[in-house]
Design a protein. Structure first.
Length: 325
């Protein structure tokens, strides 16, 4: 079994991955409510909360049972330095107590592999063989801090194809929501309004739409919304549905268009997928799954509780990379 520990931002998380049964234990302590009054994550508060949260999480882990653990995996990069360091210190302590090795995992790799996490606990499978059937894989990581289009090769080598040069897509949702007066984190609120709106009512820019430029950019989109609001002569709240739908469409269209270009350039990939917190956006998931049908590819995405930061993805990434396989 592998323990996974995650603390890169504002979630304290632990999980156990059993190589014959999948994820058999996982808990997450979120800090969203704490940071919401500040309109974003406050690093020093996040670090303090990790110290508090890991104590009961580890007690629950101990109560569950750790006799079969052979490896402790922990996020080492990227993330808020103070938060990452607390997770690493906790992992080293756990490693010493259990007398097992520890290994560092790139937080982004955890997200990349999250669509393949086995969650059927009572049905033993050859998890690694099942995972490799999807390779080569094209994936899109979309979160509050990252927007990365990548390939996982048959040899499990990760190669970045395109990434944002400024704001991430999730950041564009949150900053756009803040401009509209929505409560942080506002991505899910914007999606809620968008469901009742007309996505063609207003036009917002899409950057780098040409397939020769494999980059994402969302800071200009946020700025365009700012100017749009300043010039808007009506009551914003009366038009919130259409504004959110149009703004969301600009983000999704930019992501899907670039993904479509990548599929054309990498036709040998067997599967495509999305991961990260923004993968919960139904319109985005539908757009990318439609691309999968169009190009005859398998489509994968993580379970909802594995789309955000979590310990299961860190434990599974350690399994994929082989130390305990």
């Amino acid at each position: 079994m592998i323990i996974g520990i995650e603390s890169s931002c504002d979630e304290s998380a632990v999980a156990i991955f059993d190589v014959t049964r999948g994820i058999i234990f996982e808990e997450i302590a979120s800090q969203t409510e704490l940071h919401s009054e500040y309109g974003g994550v406050v690093p020093n508060l996040a670090s303090r909360e990790h110290v508090k949260n890991f104590i009961p999480l580890f007690q629950d882990l101990k109560n569950f049972g750790v006799d079969g653990v052979r490896l402790v995996a922990v996020t080492t990069e990227p993330g808020l330095p103070g938060c990452v360091n607390i997770g690493v210190a906790a992992a080293k302590a756990m490693s010493l107590v259990l007398n097992v090795p520890s290994v560092g995992i790139n937080h982004l790799h955890g997200h990349l592999f999250s669509p393949f996490i086995p969650i059927h606990r009572d049905d033993p499978k050859h998890f690694f063989e099942n995972f490799t059937k999807y390779l080569p894989h094209l994936g899109l990581l979309v979160s509050g801090g990252n927007t990365v289009l990548f390939e996982i090769s048959e040899n499990i080598e990760v190669r970045v194809i395109a990434e944002t040069v400024d704001d991430a897509a999730g950041e564009a949702f949150d900053k756009g929501g803040k401009l509209l007066g929505l409560h942080y984190p506002s991505g899910h609120l914007m999606e809620k309004f968008a469901k009742s709106g007309d996505s063609t009512k207003y036009h917002f820019p899409r950057a780098f739409q040409d397939k020769s430029t494999m980059k994402f950019s969302f800071s200009g989109l946020k700025t365009s919304l700012k100017y749009f609001i300043e010039k808007f002569s009506e009551n914003i709240e009366d038009y919130m549905d259409d504004i959110c739908a149009s703004y969301q469409e600009a983000i999704i269209d930019a992501l899907a268009t670039k993904f479509g270009h990548a599929i054309g350039e990498y036709p040998y990939c067997k599967s495509i997928g999305i991961s990260g917190g923004v993968s919960n956006n139904r319109s985005l998931a539908d757009r990318i799954s439609n691309l999968a049908r169009k190009f005859d590819k398998k489509f994968v995405m993580p379970a909802k509780h594995h789309s955000g930061d979590n310990g299961a993805m860190i434990a599974f990434a350690a399994y994929v990379y082989g130390p305990a396989r």
